[in-house]
Design a protein around this ligand. Structure first.
Ligand SMILES: C[S@@+](CC[C@H](N)C(=O)[O-])C[C@H]1O[C@@H](n2cnc3c(N)ncnc32)[C@H](O)[C@@H]1O
Length: 201
């Protein structure tokens, strides 16, 4: 699903229009935390959010991305923005790699937990890696998002592709992070998605 074609599409969209609405909201909410901070982005694709956070004053960023299809586009974007020296990319499953990754001041997970079956493992690991703030965007459990989930499942079954779109309970997502010592300080919803920022207490 997250292949070269998707990487080129994401790169083109970011170059033309910048971040999408909730990604932009997250960057604005994190702005007070990022001066001099380290960033860990999970499933960051072409790395647009971390580039914006580096421009906002973060000093280093690691992107753990399960698909290797984004690497060329991400390196192009990092060099064009003059941030390549501050960006480290790791290709792998974040949950499997988590023990080997250093903690970061700020952890970002934008539209990633909906790609992963074990919400508690993914959100728990992201929360554990965050020393100051964790920002996430995930789908809301609305009827039309269930239609989207069913349509994706049908298409994937037809293609014999194991990828599924998961609608994890938003309350459980926040509770999982809160149980690791974080407190919700911001939330914003669109029709289908929710952005939250949590800070370490
Ligand atoms: C819907 S895309 C979102 C990409 C990017 N965060 C954005 O909002 O543009 C989900 C991304 O999460 C990545 N991903 C899914 N599961 C992952 C995992 N276990 N570890 C690391 N990356 C993962 C996918 O490869 C994909 O790039």
């Amino acid at each position: 699903v997250f292949d070269d074609k998707q990487a080129r599409k994401d790169l083109k969209a970011y170059r033309r229009k910048g971040l999408d609405h909730l990604a932009g909201v997250i960057v604005e909410q994190l702005r007070p935390h990022v001066r001099g901070a380290t960033v860990l982005e999970v499933g960051g694709g072409v790395g647009a959010i971390q580039i914006e956070l580096l421009k906002a004053g973060a000093v280093a960023s690691v992107n753990v991305e399960i698909s290797d299809a984004y690497e060329d586009a991400a390196m192009d974007l990092a060099s064009a923005s003059g941030t390549s020296d501050s960006v480290q990319r790791v290709v792998g499953d974040f949950v499997a790699e988590a023990d080997s990754l250093a903690a970061a001041d700020v952890v970002v997970m934008n539209r990633v937990v909906c790609c992963y079956p074990d919400m508690a493992a993914m959100v728990g690991a992201a929360a554990d890696k965050s020393t100051k703030a964790l920002a996430m965007v995930f789908p809301r459990d609305r009827w039309f998002m269930r239609v989207v989930r069913a349509a994706i499942a049908g298409a994937m079954r037809f293609r014999r592709n194991p990828f599924r779109f998961y609608l994890h309970d938003p309350g459980h997502i926040v509770a999982t992070a809160s149980a690791r010592g974080l407190e919700e300080v911001f939330s914003q919803r669109t029709a289908g998605w929710q952005a939250v920022v949590l800070e370490r207490i």
